[in-house]
Design a protein around this ligand. Structure first.
Ligand SMILES: Cc1cc2nc3c(=O)[nH]c(=O)nc-3n(C[C@H](O)[C@H](O)[C@H](O)COP(=O)(O)OP(=O)(O)OC[C@H]3O[C@@H](n4cnc5c(N)ncnc54)[C@H](O)[C@@H]3O)c2cc1C
Length: 566
């Protein structure tokens, strides 16, 4: 049975905004707002798009979500793909549904049992981590936007970050999700044994339909799904049909499908997430690379030493960092700034002498003792003997912090220092096999070079797993620059796909990449995504046009035309 208070959007279209607001306000315990300034804020995330919503609902619990389900979900709104944007009603989780409900440490239990946290979606990651660290635990798939994003988006985008190389993405940690389905009914998706699955398939409800249809889709199309499963180490494109059935245990878990589905299949209201104990000490091997041809060889030699992170940033980022260092330092506070200023001098000298390396690579090794972390960094350094690179080991985490600051701030460095231009994520997150770097990178650079009059860009990324972030700055008041977004993206994606890569490793499809899913997966697989969407959301009310049904027209229509406001 659906929730009796539920308002299908199909009826909402016949209501005026005022009528809808009154009806929603009567149905939920939280607030409903049409305040113009609030709606303007919610019309943007960090993507290239604007969609002005009609109303916003601030639910207090899962029943409120059920009562107002015909909406686009939003947590912190830091999505770069347009995922949380809608012209309908936004349901915003950060106001009330922002509690970490439980953190359970099983670190000392034998035989080993997973530690976990239970959280609501509106908790900012920074607050979530504060709670988990009290038990010496973390969610290691946190994204680079860790200070500004919330758990709702981390799960719904299947986020990853600097430690994903060692620990995997969020999908690995999602165990159970309490969800509100498109008919307003509530259930929990968690691992099911074959007998439990059969029981669920017997339900004469939307939930029963979902289990019956997804199971038969998976069985009937097993070969196709395996063939199309992205073979690179991380992916957020499409629906993760390949993750529903655990190949080792046979458990069937729809929470793995909801993870990364951008609020298009169900809205989640409570998550049980596995946690790990972070290693205490780190040593960093810094590699200054001028010849890109040897990059794959470096990756090949470093990866067997199992760095926890293997990140990179390019010469553009490095030059900007040196140029704007004083400004960055002053923003960080004087004491820390002074220290970093001294530390940066050797690298700054490289800029002065024109010897800026093309890429700076940071391989960080984590262990329980500093001696062991240092030993592993030294082994990795020795493994590079004979290659034309400069290397150095930073044993002290305070010493390595300056590299992390530049890497984490690479995007902000550009954004904050080139006023009037808009940061434009449209080729921001593709993944290629690291073995393809020698063929891929020169072709990519040649392509980007064709558009150098239209945009300024840096390249940074998770070099160990082939995930590259390019977020150009552009003047989007000019039609020819907006056209570049539509012209360049398919050319980059064609190249990425020809190397066996994927269009998005962590940022997801949203408005900007949904139209490329056919290019990436082929028509047959996209038909499976459509069938999946149809059974979860037969009336297409949950975040329409994302993951399924999004078009290039959507991109053109909703692309912002303005200059940056900062
Ligand atoms: C500077 C910067 C760096 C970034 N770095 C990374 C990175 O390293 N890795 C990475 O993965 N991403 C990164 N991102 C993108 C983004 O910050 C993350 O994906 C983040 O996890 C999104 O969280 P959010 O709470 O802001 O989600 P939102 O933007 O609010 O929503 C994201 C998506 O999740 C859906 N959603 C939200 N809550 C729910 C819910 N309760 N139920 C169902 N659906 C829901 C929304 O509809 C939307 O489609 C970065 C963004 C910025 C601006």
């Amino acid at each position: 049975m659906g929730n009796p208070n539920y308002f299908p959007s199909i009826y909402c279209t016949y209501m005026t905004t005022e009528e809808l607001k009154t009806a929603l306000a009567a149905a939920v315990k939280g607030e409903v707002s049409d305040d113009a300034a609030t709606l303007k804020t919610l019309s943007r995330d960090t993507s290239l798009f604007m969609r002005m919503p009609e109303l916003v609902v601030y639910p207090t619990d899962a029943d409120d979500v059920s009562a107002a389900v015909s909406l686009a979900a939003r947590s912190a709104g830091t999505d770069m793909s347009g995922g949380p944007l809608t012209t309908g009603v936004v349901i915003s989780f950060t106001e009330h549904m922002n509690h970490v409900l439980e953190v359970v440490s099983n670190l000392w239990v034998r035989p080993p049992v997973d530690s976990y946290a239970v959280t609501e979606p509106g908790v900012y990651y920074r607050d979530f981590e504060r709670a988990t660290l009290m038990k010496d635990l973390i969610l290691p798939s946190y994204p680079a936007s860790r200070e500004i994003c919330a758990m709702g988006g981390i799960v719904s985008n299947n986020s990853g970050g600097e430690r994903t190389l060692e620990y995997g993405k969020t999908e690995r940690y999602v165990e159970e999700l309490d969800v509100v389905l498109s008919d307003g009914s509530q259930t929990t998706f968690k691992p099911l044994t074959p007998a439990e699955l059969e029981e669920k398939k017997g339900l004469q409800t939307l939930e029963g339909d979902i289990y019956r249809t997804v199971d038969s889709l998976l069985v009937a199309n097993a070969a196709l799904i395996e063939e199309k499963r992205p073979k690179v180490s991380k992916n957020s494109a499409g629906y993760a049909l390949w993750s529903v059935r655990d190949p080792k245990t046979g458990a069937f878990n729809l929470a793995k499908l909801i993870c990364g589905s951008q609020g298009t299949l169900a809205l989640w209201t409570k998550a049980k997430l596995k946690l790990v104990k972070p290693k205490e000490h780190r040593a960093m091997l810094v590699i200054f690379l001028s010849d890109l041809n040897i990059l794959p060889e470096i990756v090949n030699r470093v990866l067997p030493q199992h760095p926890e992170s293997f990140e990179s940033y390019d010469d553009h980022t490095f030059t900007l960092a040196v140029k704007f260092l004083p400004q960055m330092l002053s923003q960080m506070g004087f004491a820390r700034a002074a220290k970093l200023g001294i530390d940066f001098i050797p690298e700054a000298a490289m800029v002065a002498t024109g010897g800026v390396p093309k890429l700076i690579l940071m391989a960080e090794f984590a262990e329980d003792t500093i001696q062991e972390a240092d030993r592993r960094a030294t082994v990795a350094q020795e493994a590079l003997a004979g290659l034309a690179v400069q290397t150095k080991i930073e044993k002290d985490e305070k010493e390595s912090e300056k590299y992390w600051i530049v890497r984490r701030e690479s995007f902000n460095l550009l954004r904050k220092n080139l006023h009037g231009l808009v940061s434009s994520p449209f080729i921001d997150d593709f993944v290629v096999p690291p073995s393809s770097y020698p063929t891929f990178l020169p072709k990519l650079n040649a392509l980007l070079d064709e558009y150098k009059d239209n945009m300024i860009y840096t390249v940074a990324g998770h070099i160990g797993d082939g995930n590259i972030h390019i977020i150009p700055l552009m003047d989007l008041t000019k039609e020819e620059n907006r056209q570049v977004i539509l012209d360049l993206a398919p050319r980059v994606y064609e190249l990425v796909i020809s190397e066996g890569g994927t269009t998005t490793g962590e940022h997801n499809d949203g408005i900007i990449r949904t139209p490329y899913l056919t290019m990436l997966f082929g028509a047959e697989m996209v038909a499976l995504f459509e069938a999946t969407k149809k059974v979860f959301d037969p009336q297409n009310i949950l975040n329409p046009g994302k993951k399924v049904g999004g078009t290039f027209e959507d991109i053109k229509r909703d692309l912002i035309h303005t200059a940056a406001s900062h």
